[in-house]
Design a binder for this molecule. Structure first.
Ligand code: HEC
Length: 440
């Protein structure tokens, strides 16, 4: 197991914000899930995070991923599916698509034989993981809002769900039947973790509340320090003695579960904390958010925070340009596309040399079948058409999110900008200008 000094400060390799992070029980591997449509399996060796496999196959942002046992992992995505990955090969072994609404989180039981997914279709789903395959066992209904979070009771007999309707519910893990709503919060519940005592559940809500609820009585037995923005993540240590809450306010609170004393607090300078995991030695919290990488915060012995970058994350760099097309690109496209030959692992293919390219033809990029089959070339007209009618109409089945730019002036400005910025000749000119400026 890696010790405090051996946890890498950063895990770099994603091409978009990171939504979740998980650590294997032996502390040697890490899984991260990203907006870039991929998950990554990392190995930790000698203070470095190495990419073992990029898990590619989801058709939208990957919201959560967990180890299922030594050799498998499960992940859920905005594409409405749960996938099982063979971690030896990095291949998708099995996948179940529940039909559209996004799945936000996933949990795995103690022995890795069951998985649970939380869906925005107002249901949770229970699956068996057997012989490298996923099989759906039950659909857990009865919620009046999106299901945001799910967990197994430690003995495996019960399932807890948390919903935007404010309810935390208990289901029978064998039959999938609803037993009861154990707690009703006035606001949506975003995250839950069943405590190892089997008697309580930790929750975090959209109003910033963090608390501990008794499963038997439904009473809130402990009110914990609230966040100023919605609570987005919770983590429990492997031995159950530490817990952490992370919020939209960028704060991470590290607590002892023995007396619920606040041990340390940290503020992530780069925005919300979407995902967290406590290392098995209880020294470090790995956390994820708007950055394209996972960061480590050493809690014990506490390291003073040193700003990681002078650069603000790329997506905040609102261009100081007056070109409306460039502005559109920065706001609506740059999180998934580059304009340079390197796609930087973003969710979409690079748009470098786009004009004149046959749709779906860039070598090495995993296009959807819809784009591979498309039989046209990108021109000013076809790009404009794509955003006039939307990718769902022009290339039905595409992995590109539904978006339209109905205003033809904005669309023309975007196309004109793309025409210039994706042209290799224009780019070398730009480089020359930059070089000259550098010489000044
Ligand atoms: C959330 C991520 C995301 C955003 C935002 C996004 N795209 Fe895409 N884009 C993709 C993905 C993924 C594909 C590949 C689609 C497929 O294979 O079905 C794609 C494909 C494309 C293609 C086809 C490229 C080819 O090689 O055939 C073009 C053109 C494109 N995007 C332009 C844009 C523009 C312009 C914007 C902004 C207005 C934009 N995209 C915003 C993810 C995104």
């Amino acid at each position: 197991m890696a010790s405090a000094e051996e946890w890498p400060a950063r895990f770099e390799g994603h091409g978009g914000p990171v939504k979740s992070v998980a650590i294997s029980s032996d502390g040697r591997s890490v899984l991260s899930a990203s907006f870039d449509y991929a998950a990554i399996l990392w190995s930790i060796e000698g203070g470095e995070a190495k990419i073992v496999h990029r898990l590619i196959g989801h058709e939208a942002a990957v919201n959560d991923a967990h180890f299922a046992n030594g050799t498998f992992a499960v992940s859920v995505s905005d594409d409405g599916s749960i996938a099982l990955w063979d971690l030896e090969t990095g291949e998708m072994a099995s996948r179940i698509d529940e039909g559209g609404d996004k799945m936000l989180s996933v949990a795995v039981n103690e022995d890795g034989s069951r998985a649970l997914a939380a869906s925005w279709d107002r249901n949770a789903y229970l699956y068996a993981i057997e012989e490298g395959k996923l099989t759906r066992l039950a659909k857990l209904g009865g919620h009046r809002g999106n299901v945001n979070s799910v967990d197994f009771l430690p003995d495996g007999t019960g399932i807890l769900t948390a919903s935007y309707d404010g309810g935390i519910r208990l289901f029978d893990a064998t039959s999938g039947e609803l037993e009861r709503e154990i707690y009703a919060h006035g606001w949506g519940v975003n995250v839950i973790k069943a405590m190892p005592d089997g008697k309580t559940v930790l929750f975090g809500a959209t109003d910033g509340a963090v608390g501990l609820v008794s499963i038997e009585t439904g009473e809130e037995v402990k009110v914990l320090p609230p966040h100023e923005r919605p609570v987005l993540s919770l983590a429990l240590s492997t031995d159950g003695t530490k817990a952490a809450s992370g919020g939209g306010d960028g704060k991470i609170r590290f607590m002892s579960t023995l007396d619920w004393a606040l041990e340390e607090e940290f503020e992530n300078p780069y925005g919300p904390v979407w995902g967290m995991a406590i290392t098995p030695d209880n020294t470090t919290v790995l956390y994820a958010g708007l950055d394209d990488h996972v960061n480590a915060w050493q809690v014990s012995p506490r390291k003073p925070f040193e700003p990681i970058d002078n650069d603000f994350p790329r997506r905040f760099q609102v261009s100081d340009t007056d070109d409306p097309g460039e502005l559109q690109f920065a706001r609506k496209c740059s999180v998934c596309h580059t304009l340079k030959p390197d796609d930087a692992n973003r969710a979409g293919p690079t748009l470098y040399k786009l004009f004149g390219r046959k749709a779906g033809s860039l070598p090495g990029y995993p296009y959807s079948d819809a784009l591979k089959r498309a039989d046209f070339t990108w021109t000013e007209e076809t790009v404009s058409n794509l955003f006039d009618h939307g990718p769902d109409v022009v290339t039905p089945g595409s992995k590109m999110p539904i978006q339209r730019l109905k205003d033809h002036k904005t669309r023309d400005a975007l196309v004109a900008f793309l025409k210039r910025a994706t042209d290799p000749a224009a780019q070398s000119e730009e480089d020359v200008t930059k070089q000259k400026e550098g010489e000044k």
